[in-house]
Ligand binder design. Structure first.
Ligand code: SF4
Length: 351
C-alpha cells in the first residue's frame, strides 16, 4: 500500500530527491501520434495529481485525451505511432516513463490495476470465472514475489467475489461469463483488478455500458472499496454525474489539455472555465425547466492542426485576441481551484 514517496531528478549535475504527497503525479505530459495526414498532438502538456486514498475524476467530451492519459500511465500506448514528447508520470515517486516494458509489466495489474467499459470484452467466454480469476491471482502472486497455489488462489477468488457482493460466490465462481449479467460481469472485473492488491485503480468509463440502476450500484461499490482497500481511484468518464457520485476532485479536459481542476463542489457551484460552464449547462436538471438544453457549439478541433493559443477559442463565447495567440496556463483562481483561462488573469502576456 502507499508509503513515503520520493522522486529523484537530475539538475545542474546534482540529483535532487523530493518527497511527493501524491500517489500519481502527471507533469506536463505531451503525446503525439504519427498519422498518414501528419502529426496529431493529442496531449498538449497535461498535468494531474492524485493523493493516496483520494478519488479524481477526469471528464470531457469523447476525443479530449482522457483515455490516452490513463493508457499512458499503464504504458499501453503502442510506440510507434505514439511519441511521448514531454513530461513525467510519477507513480509513488518513480517516473513510469523511465521504466522498461518488463518493469512496467510488473507494476501493471499489481500496483496499478485498470477496469474498462465493456466487461465482456475483457472476460474470455470459453473459460469459467474460476479459471480466469485463479490464473490472474497466481500470476499476480508471482509478480509480487508472493507465490500462491491454485487452491489458495481459488479461496482468494471466492473472497474477492464476496467483497464485490456477488451472491453465493463459492457456487457462482464455477459459472461462465455469459451466465452473469452486465453489472455482475463488471463486479467480476473489479474483483480481478483487486486481486493484485493495487494501490491505484484506473476505471475507464466503468459504467457506460450499464443501465442507470446498475450504474449506481457499481459506483456505490467502488466508493465502498476505496475505504475498505485504501485505494486511490482515477475515474475516466464523459459523464459529470458519474464523476460527482464517486470522486472528491475533478479535472476537466479539453482537446488534450486540462482546463480546470477543483473539488466536485467547487466545479458544480462555481465552474470557472467557459468549457466547464458549457458542459454543466448541457446537463438536464430536475430543478430547472427549460425548452431546450444549451449545447457547446462546434466540435473538438483537429489534433493535426489545432487552433493556436487556447484550443477552445473557436467555440468560446468569451474569446479575446490574446486567446488566439497564447496558451493560458493552469493557475489557481481560488484555494484548491485551478483554471486555464485568460478571463481570470489580471495581466496578459505581450502579444
Ligand atoms: Fe475562452 Fe479565452 Fe478562456 Fe480560452 S482563454 S476559454 S478562449 S476566454
Amino acid at each position: 500500500m502507499a508509503c513515503a514517496i520520493f522522486s529523484t531528478r537530475r539538475a545542474g549535475g546534482r540529483t535532487i530527491v523530493k518527497r511527493n504527497a501524491n500517489i500519481l503525479q502527471i507533469e506536463n505530459l505531451g503525446i503525439h501520434f504519427d498519422t498518414f495526414e501528419g502529426t496529431a498532438r493529442v496531449l498538449d502538456g497535461v498535468s494531474l495529481e492524485l493523493a493516496p486514498g483520494d478519488t479524481l475524476g477526469v471528464v470531457g467530451e469523447t476525443g479530449c485525451g482522457k483515455s490516452i492519459t490513463s493508457k499512458a500511465v499503464l504504458g499501453l500506448l503502442p510506440v510507434p505511432p505514439t511519441k511521448i514528447v514531454s513530461g513525467r508520470i510519477l507513480f509513488q515517486g518513480e517516473d513510469l516513463l523511465d521504466k522498461s516494458e518488463k518493469e512496467i509489466g510488473k507494476i501493471r495489474g499489481t500496483r496499478i490495476a485498470m477496469i474498462f467499459q465493456d466487461p465482456m470484452t475483457y472476460l474470455n467466454p470459453v473459460f469459467s470465472i474460476e479459471k480466469q480469476m485463479v490464473d490472474v491471482i497466481v500470476r499476480h502472486g508471482r509478480q509480487r514475489g508472493e507465490p500462491v497455489t491454485r487452491k489458495q488462489a481459488r479461496t482468494q477468488a471466492v473472497d474477492l467475489l464476496d467483497a464485490v457482493q456477488i451472491p453465493s460466490p463459492a457456487d457462482r465462481i464455477r459459472e461462465y461469463p455469459h451466465e452473469f449479467s452486465g453489472g455482475m460481469r463488471q463486479r467480476v472485473l473489479i474483483a480481478m483488478a483487486l486481486s493484485g492488491k493495487p494501490d491505484l485503480l484506473i476505471a475507464d468509463e466503468p459504467t457506460t455500458a450499464l443501465d442507470v440502476t446498475i450504474q449506481a450500484q457499481i459506483l456505490r461499490l467502488l466508493k465502498d472499496l476505496v475505504n475498505r482497500f485504501n485505494l486511490s481511484i482515477l475515474l475516466i468518464s464523459h459523464d459529470l454525474g458519474v464523476v460527482a457520485k464517486l470522486c472528491r476532485r475533478i479535472a476537466v479536459m479539453y482537446a488534450g489539455n486540462v482546463v480546470e481542476t477543483a473539488t466536485i463542489a467547487q466545479v458544480f457551484d462555481q465552474p470557472a472555465h467557459p468549457y466547464t460552464q458549457g458542459l454543466l449547462a448541457s446537463i438536464p436538471r430536475l430543478s430547472r425547466r427549460v425548452d431546450s438544453l444549451e449545447g457547446i457549439k462546434g466540435s473538438i478541433p483537429s489534433f493535426i492542426d489545432p487552433p493556436g493559443g487556447c484550443r477552445f477559442n473557436p467555440r468560446c463565447g468569451h474569446a479575446m485576441s490574446v486567446c488566439r495567440k497564447e496558451k493560458p496556463l493552469l493557475e489557481e483562481t481560488s484555494p484548491g481551484h485551478r483554471t486555464a483561462c485568460f478571463l481570470y488573469k489580471s495581466s496578459w502576456p505581450n502579444t
